[in-house]
Design a protein. Structure first.
Lengths: 395, 338
């Protein structure tokens, strides 16, 4: 028999009633939280006022007055602090996104390599993991930065491996297509190619389900995307002008440049995080019962196919949740950028904090930005985890 | 960076918790020790020697204030601060006085909640470049990559200059001066820009062969360095102000650490007021009447401090230039002791 709260025996006072108490505790807790929050905010404001430190986010619209070396959207010193922060945020997102993709690829390769039956490959992978994950990331960043800036020659003696490509301690300068409106057609073509690939993949899957015939979907899809983009480019007028970097004065003009700061940060984050990811992948693969491998081999699958078709899909269930933490780590570790002069969000925010003196607002911005993006990453990963998770039997 | 975030966090905690920011003057007096925010290591301005003893022209100001307050210039605890965390340290009450080659500007004076004492060093921003680049003046540097400190006035001045003269500089900003110097030394940037005195100091102390580097003649900004206290801390600001004035006035009056005892016996009423023989000047500030006497005795006058830290007696060997007294064509001019 379950005893409901309303069934309280007579003689028990109301404040001993289970339900009333439950509500009471919630109310008290809420009141305490609200009070502490109010006290923190009002006390901070009063103190700031007492010390005549101005508050509020109005400063964001003032002119920044400093330059940012690395920018994905146009930024001039005459633009606002807000725009400067957006430039920094885009840099952070760019390096994190590329870093996450590269670290996943490298980590998976190394993790699988550690399981290899080839003695040398397995040992090399082990050494990599043990060395890299046990050295602080900041040191590794300094190492990569010093490595790039010291080992590469100066601008005048820049390495020149291919026409239009220069490698120096100022970074890598490469030719890029000059933008022309006609090139938008190539993008349209690419989009059509992607859409066609999706249909193709569905069709191929249906056919394989029905007949067992495999279809080289990946190569076909790549072909489709390339062909359609090419057609689009032709329709757009086949503009082929390139902006080619040339030595001029102290640096290069034209082309696109990849800075040593960006490269060092990207390599550092990728190499470091990949070591952790490798262990997660290894653990995930080992978590799949060995009988699965034996069964797959008994069916005559080659070892690459065993990994790709049997082991990895099952291992993903174990891999995805801890992988989320690694992605979050990589994203947050990108704040070390300031040590090697890369203008990420924190670095720009730091300059803004210095120029405006709005320490609390600037720190609040850092918290808000990193919290928001971290939550976005983890909700995406949760969605993906749900997708690969073992569900109640469907067949 | 962690240290900076930590400081920002302590600042917030302090801003939250400390409802009654006591007046610094009384707090320092009660503590018996002055907590002074100085540079992490800039020879000539604030740097510890191999025995951990701090020296520099900014450090001398800290010592002067301690001498005025306690009659003992050694009663100072030094806190090394970066460009980024200096203001938050002051605002949060971690330090009593910020003496860290900091340029006084309108925005810092107002929105940062701080007040500046009089200028203790007149500087201007310059450019350091390798001699082998064969650069004679600033216009030759068009398109160069320039390394600087993030959050400094140098970073802003550089952007302004770039804008006006269309120099297409590429600025790379680092948090610490060591990182700036190492980026310059590895050739990541062609030019290093910061205040000229600092360039002189770096050239003399951080470059393997100082003669391989040259400071260009142009000065692109005014950088009046001044110590700072928290806004609204008037009595404390008065003491800092008059401690510096005492050093400047002493130089003008020819009082040095060697002859101060002798000068105190002089019949000159100006000297008598300065050295506390007459006039109760110290009492008005809330310290001993002989405060200026103690400063000169233990720290020296402004000229002595300059020569010892930045002038011919130091490795840096800076021209005195604008930092001469007004009587010698410079800008240092103390308000009268009366």
């Amino acid at each position: 028999m379950t005893l409901r709260a309303t069934d309280r025996p007579s003689g028990v006072p109301w404040y001993n009633d289970e339900k009333t108490r439950g509500v009471l505790y919630q109310v008290v807790l809420l009141a305490v939280v609200l009070f502490v929050g109010w006290w923190l905010v009002s006390n901070t404001l009063r103190n700031l006022e007492q010390r005549q430190i101005s508050t509020g986010f109005g400063f964001l619209w003032r002119e920044a007055g400093f330059a940012i070396a690395e920018q994905r959207i146009r930024f001039e010193p005459t633009d606002s602090y807000a725009r400067a922060l957006i430039v920094g945020l885009l840099n952070t997102l760019e390096v994190s996104a590329i870093g996450i993709v590269l670290a996943t690829l490298l980590g998976t390769v190394v993790g699988v390599a550690r399981l290899s039956t080839n003695w040398l490959i397995a040992r090399l992978a082990t050494v990599y993991v043990e060395v890299v994950r046990n050295i602080p990331l900041l040191l590794q960043l300094f190492f990569w930065y010093a490595f790039i800036t010291q080992s590469l020659p100066g601008v005048r003696e820049a390495l020149h491996p291919l026409p239009g490509v220069f490698l120096s301690n100022r970074g890598l300068a490469v030719p890029v297509p000059e933008f022309n409106e006609g090139q938008a057609w190539a993008l349209v073509g690419g989009a059509i190619g992607i859409a066609a690939s999706i249909f193709l993949a569905r069709w191929a899957r249906k056919r394989q389900d029905a007949t067992g015939q495999p279809f080289p979907t990946i190569f076909a899809a790549l072909g489709l995307i390339i062909v359609f983009s090419f057609i689009g480019w032709l329709i757009g007028g086949a503009h082929s002008a390139l902006s080619i970097p040339e030595k001029s004065g102290f640096g290069f003009s034209g082309g696109a440049e990849l800075s040593p700061e960006f490269a060092a940060l990207l390599i550092g984050l990728t190499v470091y995080t990949a070591a952790f990811i490798a262990e997660i992948v290894r653990g995930g693969v080992l978590a799949v019962a060995y009988g699965q491998t034996e069964a797959a081999m008994a069916l005559g699958l080659k070892s690459g196919l065993v990994m790709r078709l049997i082991l990895l899909p099952q291992a993903l269930r174990v891999i995805v949740p801890p992988m989320t933490s690694q992605y979050l780590n990589l994203f947050k570790n990108s704040t070390l950028a300031i040590a090697i002069g890369f203008r990420d969000f924190v670095s720009v925010d730091d300059t803004v904090m210095n120029q405006t003196g709005q320490a609390i607002e600037c720190v609040a911005l850092i918290m808000a930005v990193y919290l928001t993006v971290s939550l976005l990453i983890s909700s995406f990963m949760n969605w993906y985890n749900n997708k690969v998770a073992l569900r109640g039997s469907t067949r | 960076m962690l240290q900076r975030l930590f400081l920002a966090a302590t600042f917030i905690v302090a801003a939250i918790g400390n409802a009654h920011a006591g007046m610094t003057f009384d707090a320092v007096k009660a503590r018996g020790m002055l907590v002074c925010g100085v540079h992490t290591g800039l020879p000539g301005f604030g740097a510890p020697n191999e025995k951990g003893v701090w020296s520099g022209i900014d450090v001398d100001l800290c010592r002067a204030v301690a001498a005025a307050m306690f009659g003992d210039a050694t009663k100072v605890k030094y806190v090394a601060l970066t460009n980024s965390n200096r203001f938050t340290s002051l605002q949060s009450g971690d330090i009593d006085l910020l003496a860290r080659s900091t340029t006084a500007t309108l925005a810092r004076d107002t929105t940062n909640g701080i007040n500046f004492a009089p200028v203790n060093f007149y500087d201007g921003q310059g450019f350091l470049v390798a001699t082998k680049r064969n650069v004679k003046s600033l216009p030759d540097l068009r398109g160069a990559t320039v390394c600087t400190l993030s959050g400094s006035t140098s970073e802003q001045n550089l952007a302004d200059y770039n804008r006006i003269h269309k120099m297409s500089f590429q600025a790379i900003a680092f948090e610490k001066i060591d990182e700036v110097v190492s980026a310059y030394n590895t050739g990541r940037c062609d030019v290093l820009t910061t205040d000229k005195s600092q360039l002189g100091s770096l050239r003399a102390t951080q470059m393997t062969t100082p003669d391989d580097h040259v400071i260009l003649p142009e000065t692109i900004s005014k950088e009046p360095f001044a110590a700072a206290v928290r806004h609204g801390d008037d009595q404390w600001l008065d003491l800092v102000k008059w401690s510096l004035y005492a050093m400047i006035e002493a130089e003008e009056a020819g009082v040095t650490s060697k002859n101060v005892a002798e000068k105190a016996k002089s019949a000159d009423p100006n000297l008598q007021r300065l050295l506390g023989v007459n006039g109760n000047m110290g009492k008005a500030l809330g310290v001993d009447d002989k405060f200026a006497y103690r400063i000169v005795e233990q720290v020296g006058n402004y000229g002595e401090s300059f020569d010892r830290n930045l002038g011919p007696a130091s490795r840096i060997n800076l021209e005195r230039g604008l930092n001469h007294l007004w009587t010698n064509g410079g800008l240092h001019y103390a308000a009268p002791f009366r």
